[in-house]
Design a protein around this ligand. Structure first.
Ligand code: KG4
Ligand code: ZN
Length: 413
């Protein structure tokens, strides 16, 4: 983003002054509230939504690319870009039409600009900048992970600070959310993200050929098959057992799983690309080990927060979100940890855990309310494929070297 801070402050004040209140019943569903259009294109979902200031969803639209990427064996960035390009105009139009709102009624447009696939982010950003310039509207650039973290506040009152575990196809992170744009980063993934691992394991198992999984994302396919599997048959090692911090690593686990799959293929005398007879058991063991790793790192993060007074003593909260948080088994694993440590666990419904335009619009509402990061339409904004969230505390967490008491992870399917 290129702009001088003093000029930005002056313009922000000007823009806040110009925000108008809608109190006209002829505006249809929208009344007495500022309205925000949110646009999401950071990965493989083209999403748009119009929200009012209370978090009411007036209209939304989502185009998922999952089916295409399942057929091509993973997300090919140029394919994702082309699909965003083909769909963005229609998706935004649909969200607006469903809301009964016309562009002139909007108070701002919020769009994901970081982190994500550069080619995908570029489409949403280019569209949004054209849109705000055409309609002379303020622009609110959004951090995708900040949006995942704040979504829960759209659904129920959750005061800052709270601990948040975000797990998706691109990320895993633990952070203390202290304000709309104020995060302490306690841990992050050192290699691949858990959703990516589940997607790759599902591909290696050729689950697309499984009659019950052919249209499901890797994570959902693993969850479904794991229900009928015996996790004890493949005791994979939980990653980073000897590293006493809150970071995550899934690449080593994937290697363990791949070796097991190869061994089983040899035993069953089948080629890669054919379904193994033990897919359910491998799915169950994979899911359990991912859940256990997430639970252990989160347990340590809670103990770190307690030792440093980072969470309130009354009703301390863990928020779990991101696409992988739709997984019921993982939710149960985290429930064991929050029950052990006296936290309340909040998790948005699956529809709001996976990527969508609503969460981006809500982040826009939160920023609009606080007057934070609101830009005039003519400011040039760049997208950022890599963008850490908040103040990095991972070294402090590591230095604390907190050992975990043992907790029985007896999770029922
Ligand atoms: O947050 P999201 O929609 O997109 C990213 O920002 O990455 O997350 C997508 C990821 C995919 O890797 C998908 O396999 C995973 O979330 N996922 C799940 C489930 N549903 C989606 N993983 C585990 N269990 C699920 N039920
Ligand atoms: Zn996401």
């Amino acid at each position: 983003m290129t702009m001088f801070p003093s000029k930005v402050k002056h313009l922000q004040r000007l823009l806040q002054f110009r925000h108008t209140l809608w109190c006209n019943p002829s505006f249809g569903k929208a009344s007495c509230s500022r309205l925000v259009l949110g646009i999401e294109t950071s990965c493989d979902d083209t999403g748009a939504a119009v929200l009012d200031e209370t978090g009411a969803i007036l209209g939304e639209s989502l185009h998922s690319q999952t089916q295409v990427h399942l057929r091509t064996g993973g997300i090919i960035p140029t394919v994702a870009q082309q699909l965003h390009r083909e769909n963005i105009e229609r998706v935004v139009q649909e969200a607006l039409e469903r809301s009964g709102v016309v562009p002139s009624q909007l108070s701002a447009v919020a769009t994901t600009v970081k982190p994500g696939l550069g080619l995908s982010l570029g489409i949403g950003l280019e569209f949004s900048q054209r849109f705000v310039r055409t309609h002379n509207k303020p622009f609110i650039p959004i951090h995708h992970m900040e949006a995942h973290a704040l979504t829960v506040r759209m659904l129920q009152p959750v005061a800052f600070p709270f601990l948040v575990l975000l797990v998706s196809g691109g990320h895993s992170l633990l952070a203390v959310a202290r304000g709309v744009d104020d995060f302490l980063l306690l841990g992050h993934n050192l290699d691949e993200a858990p959703g990516d691992t589940l997607d790759k394991v599902a591909r290696r198992l050729s689950l697309i050929k499984h009659p019950r999984c052919s249209t499901l994302s890797g994570g959902r396919a693993i969850e479904l098959l794991a229900k009928d599997g015996d996790r004890a048959r493949f005791p994979f090692r939980t990653p980073m057992g000897q590293t006493y911090d809150c970071c995550f690593s899934f690449a080593g686990l994937r290697n363990q799983i791949t070796m097991t799959i190869k061994k089983k293929e040899a035993e069953e005398g089948i080629e890669q690309g054919t379904l193994l007879s033990c897919v359910n058991d491998i799915a169950a063991a994979t899911q359990h080990t991912v859940a256990s790793h997430l639970a252990k790192r989160t347990h340590r993060a809670i103990l770190f927060c307690n030792a440093n007074g980072l969470l309130p003593s009354h009703s301390p909260t863990l928020v779990l979100s991101g696409g992988v948080a739709s997984n019921q088994y993982i939710r149960k694993a985290l429930t064991i940890i929050t029950e052990t440590t006296g936290l309340r666990l909040l998790c948005p419904p699956a529809k709001f855990c996976t990527d969508n335009g609503v969460m981006i619009a809500w982040n826009g509402v939160e920023r609009l309310r606080e007057g934070k990061g609101i830009l005039p339409p003519d400011v040039d904004v760049s997208y950022e494929p890599k963008a850490p969230l908040g103040v990095d505390m991972t070294e402090e967490v590591k230095a604390a070297a907190i050992k975990l008491p043992s907790v029985k992870m007896k999770i029922l399917n």
